[in-house]
Write a protein that binds this ligand. Sequence first.
Ligand code: HEC
Length: 302
Amino acid sequence: MKKSLTLLAFLCTTPLLAQVSSVIKEDPKIFAGKSEVNGIVYADYKEFPTTWQLVTIRFRKDTGEMRLTYANELALKTLMSGSINYPDGAIFAKTNVRTMMDEQYPNSIAPKELSRYQFMVRNKDKYSSTNGWGYGLFDPDGKTFPEEPSKMANACYSCHTAVENRGDVFSRPFSFIEKVKMPNYNPPKELALKYSWIKWNELTPELKKIVPSTMKKIRVLVHQKMMDNTFQGTLDELKPLLIDEAKAHKAPALFLASDKKRFALAVPSKNDKCNDFAAFTVTTTALDLSLIQNSVCKDDSL
Ligand code: HEC
């Protein structure tokens, strides 16, 4: 029951997110529509879904997206051996696929449309500033988004350091054909994503308008690299983690970029009569915050 309530909260907040995103105009258009980014050319790899091996599938609870990770031979060999020493030339590609319910059997989630392609290309010298991986992002037509390429790569890399112990690669060996032994990666020395408490008073003025003052303490995600290198993808990717944190501590959970403007926030939502938490993403102070304020639960019983 709890699960379905959560799902309901997500579904109900989606139109709000869409409205919020449509107001964002901060990305320069000059970077959009190119066929190359960070030295990665989409056309060079476009055959990957048929010529490389599918290594794993993931499902994102936040976006409802299916993600299919493919690896070329070098990347696959390294991944399956449990090593993290990826040689130059190893490449991972990921297709992100939006989903929908099968209207004749709503429990079965079906693929709907491609949303984007992502690449990680190994070249230790060329991409030394992002730990040897070059990062590329393309829309379903193989064209770039309006993000400044090096900023984007830093944002990709910052989040991928969460799995530094796996060579910055999230995907783990899996075979759809045979049983695979999970490698014993060295556990990270400490979790990359740590939270601390702050008081309501310490929030920025914008956040004070959203988070009711009755919520005296807020969980804040502290990850300096990610805070310094935030892009829309960072905020979107962090939402489910923030929701989990908010639920676990019965308190709002916040990620605030170093510019103190862009943030992702999980706050109790009016949906579901305040019985659950929903997340809201905002990327600029210049939008109409009342949209969000109106959907926040003012009930301090949480
Ligand atoms: C906030 C976290 C986050 C950010 C930012 C991020 N990723 Fe990832 N990435 C993930 C996670 C988690 C996975 C595992 C699969 C999934 O859930 O989609 C992943 C998987 C991948 C994979 C498949 C190989 C692997 O590591 O499993 C590629 C390729 C990839 N990401 C590329 C990118 C690119 C390119 C960018 C920037 C445009 C980017 N990522 C930004 C979290 C992130």
